[in-house]
Ligand binder design. Sequence first.
Ligand code: TTP
Ligand code: MG
Length: 433
Amino acid sequence: MGRPSRLPGTAKIDQIVCHVDADCFYAACERLREPALRGEPLVVGMGYEPGTDSGAVATASYEARAYGVESAQAISEALEQLPRKIDAASRDDLDVAAAGFYRPVDMEFYESVAADVKAVLHEWADTVREVSVDEAYLDVTEQTSWDEVEEFASSLKAEIQERVGIVVSVGVAPTMSAAKVASDHDKPDGLVVVPPESVSDFLAPLDVEAVHGVGPVTADALREQGIETAGDLAAADPAVLERSFGQRGRRMYRFARGEDSRSVEPRGQPKSFSRESAFTEPTADREKQRQRVRTLASAVAQRAARRGVLYQTIGIKAVTPPFDVTTRERTLPGPAGDEALVERLALSLFEEFEGQQIRKLGVRVANLSFGSETQSQLQVWANEGQKTTSDKSDSRNDTHRQNECDERECEHNHEHEHEYERDVGQRTLSEFE
Ligand code: TTP
Ligand code: MG
């Protein structure tokens, strides 16, 4: 199927942004290679071992969501809501019809499917910004017009389904943040077009949690201030929002008003990889904090390893109430690629914060080396992991306070991931790129 071209002379107004996000992506991938899972309740678990109740839910098919299973839940909890088919079949007290299938995460396979989807996206738009394994923004201003974009997006969905076998939801709007909200609006299999003149009307009635960048914890805090909808947020006093939420407050205010001056830019080589995770409520529980640091550290190290990237700087970020951000980092004498080392250094950098009230934690690796020329050094630094920190380049004492950046994708190619604002406690945090 070819892409529809823009009619000659059709006026284009502003930027036309498509946000594409696959539906229950990991589950959809599992169904590609195991078609018997189609239409069935299906849970994909991170750290899940078949037959056990270990790990956390990475995603659940929409059939499984109907039983209350959701991302970041413990598998043990999911099993209470949705038992395994195989267990239900052998027990009188369980109903096979109300049971589901469980599969472990296979990131390598999902990345290969994601690459196939992205190949289609690059054929359909000159500018594609890939933001995670299953989502991307496309600038389609040159490819279509507001009059035709619905047909364009529907053909794009059909082509992805035909060539890759994956269902995606698409949102179209004049800004990235509104397009993101639009793609989420009618999931699964959604297609929502919000033309420039309708952005405010589209956003206003939505729950405040639908606004890009507002997670469940922030939404609760906003509701306490009487801000229930995106319209309420758009009408709030930005100075008050800034006092409560820092820079993020202004940003969500702008997004709620449909204001977002970002243009879709392709990603260059990342400058850092980071991952952060908020506690539902600030906590002073040391073991909970340390466990979170360890999980974030290993997720970041594994992501770098999957990309074949080495790093020379390892850092942490601690957000203490109200929204004070402190970062610490340490630079090694040479590039390393060692998960245990990242964990160890992150924990040691975190020591000074242990036991303080912490709202959010982050781990970051930077000073990246790409490509095979660095591979030979990998083993050297991995082996010498224990003694790699150099006092000279140790920036541990550089206290660095900044306003919290809450962008899932940073403007300067610092690949930045935010866990959903849920307390996943000591469970394995799921991965999403
Ligand atoms: P999402 O696009 O957020 O979720 P989804 O594709 O499963 O479902 P939806 O239809 O709502 O878009 O994330 C993409 C993949 O990232 C998802 O399939 C699994 C993974 N993921 C996690 O591992 N942990 C998480 O907490 C979330 C939200 C996603
Ligand atoms: Mg998705």
